[in-house]
Design a protein around this ligand. Structure first.
Ligand SMILES: [Zn+2]
Length: 153
């Protein structure tokens, strides 16, 4: 099922951990509007931006997708991956974005920080040196515009 032009619901439900542990990570209907808002207000604008100069660079002429390493997390999956007990992932309000490289990822992060509305924008790094961008957006209520740099185990 397509949520917006470039994002499918399956991208939010996909999880290697859920598969391995036999966890059903289907998005409950009540959270679909949250995911749609996240796609419309954050992910599609980011995708549109990175497909313009100066982001394209050597990738000129290519259609660059925004890929997620984590979207929705049901409570069991969130627990299994060590997510925060109040994680926005559990409401379909957050996504972890895969970056092509640290250098490009930092450009995306800076663009997001200065152009988008978000509740939290976090540059996350794990203990193996891998980095990704966590972004949370609230469809209802106030978006805090909090920017963080976090080490994640
Ligand atoms: Zn996250």
């Amino acid at each position: 099922m397509k949520i917006t032009e470039h994002f499918k619901l399956s991208e939010f439900e996909r999880s290697e951990t859920a598969k391995r542990l036999g966890i059903d990570n289907s998005v409950p209907k009540e959270f679909l509007p949250n995911i749609k808002a996240l796609c419309e207000k954050v992910l599609e604008p980011l995708r549109a931006a990175i497909n313009k100069s100066p982001f394209k660079g050597d990738l000129e002429g290519l259609d660059i997708p925004v890929k997620l390493s984590s979207g929705y997390r049901c409570p069991a999956l969130n627990k299994a991956v060590g997510g925060s007990a109040t994680s926005q992932h559990m409401k379909g309000e957050a996504a972890d974005i895969i970056i092509p490289s640290k250098k490009v990822g930092l450009q995306w992060f800076e663009w997001m920080r200065t152009h988008l509305t978000y509740n939290q924008l976090i540059w996350e790094t794990n203990n193996r040196g891998g980095s990704w961008i966590h972004v949370g957006y609230k469809r209802t209520g106030k978006n805090k515009m909090q920017v963080l740099n976090m080490k994640v185990i």
